[in-house]
Ligand binder design. Structure first.
Ligand code: NAP
Length: 248
């Protein structure tokens, strides 16, 4: 029976690349999206064309009810995930922290921290061998922003990714003897819509000269790392924060 990969934010960008790659690698796939049902349908069909069962679920990761419903749907329509990719994330318009509203900061923290933690909680409850689960792997999608801090762009976003790094280290220790490995990938600057969300669609062209490899990354280059971390080839990799940023 095919293992199941559950991915949050699978309708676009890194999550979509991960869903399609997982389908090609032999997983059945369940993924969430927030609002873009058209993009989600395209990813679902792309997965099915690769021989996978695929389920797309509208679910806001910052809502506890939605997160529980997402995991329930995955379990009922497919199975308990063997791999969970905690990918959904947001950032606000570029600027200085001094100018950010409380509402924007709370939204960033709600989605990127509270949402990520709720998802890690659900995955832990269902996957831990000490709670009746079958074990597996959790991969958190953090960011190089947790280290570089994103000054003059989105310091709030960088801070949320620092929280994801800390949760990765802590949860890896909690679940180390419960059959679940927990790691994080930390992408650099990747070609997705997220830069337009920050107000600068051409951001990659501006920052590329400062990246040692002189280019942004493709979502598939991040998905390759995520699929490897989920695989048995990474069987002794746990609590790792793995950069995928072209040397940035
Ligand atoms: P993206 O292209 O903007 O796609 C975001 C995805 O997340 C979409 O599927 C979106 O759904 C979903 N989403 C947004 N808010 C959500 C919410 N509240 N609940 C559930 N799903 C939600 O983003 P991306 O660049 O692929 O980023 C994916 C992850 O990689 C994020 O955690 C991001 O911080 C991280 N990352 C990205 C980069 C980069 O340069 N791209 C670098 C470092 C880290 P809809 O399609 O329905 O809107």
């Amino acid at each position: 029976m095919r293992p199941v990969m559950l991915i949050t934010g699978g309708s676009r960008g890194i999550g979509a690349a991960c869903a399609v790659h997982a389908a090609s690698a032999g997983y059945d796939v369940c993924f969430s999206y927030l609002a873009n049902s058209g993009a989600a349908a395209l990813v679902r069909v792309a997965c099915e064309n690769r021989g996978a069962k695929a389920v797309a679920v509208q679910a806001d990761v910052s809502s506890e009810d939605d997160v529980v419903r997402l995991f329930d749907t995955c379990e009922h329509e497919l199975r308990v995930p063997h791999a969970f990719v905690n990918n959904a994330g947001v950032l606000g318009t570029q600027g200085e922290l001094a100018d950010f509203t409380a509402e924007r900061i709370r939204w960033t923290v709600d989605v990127n921290v509270t949402g990520a933690l709720l998802c890690m909680r659900e995955a832990s409850r269902r996957m831990s061998t000490e709670r009746g689960g079958g074990g597996g792997s959790i991969i958190n999608v953090s960011s190089r922003a947790s280290t570089v801090g994103s000054p003059f762009e989105y310091v709030d976003y960088g801070a949320t990714k620092g929280a994801v790094d800390a949760a990765t280290i802590g949860l890896a220790k909690e679940l180390g003897n419960a059959g679940v490995r927990v790691n994080a990938v930390r992408p650099g600057v990747i070609h997705t819509d997220i830069h337009a969300s920050g107000g600068e669609p051409d951001r990659i062209a501006r920052v590329a000269p400062n990246i040692p490899q002189k280019r942004g990354g493709q979502p598939e280059e991040v998905a390759n790392l995520i699929l490897w971390l989920a695989s048995d080839e990474a069987s002794y990799v746990n609590g790792a924060l793995v950069d995928v940023g072209g040397g940035r």
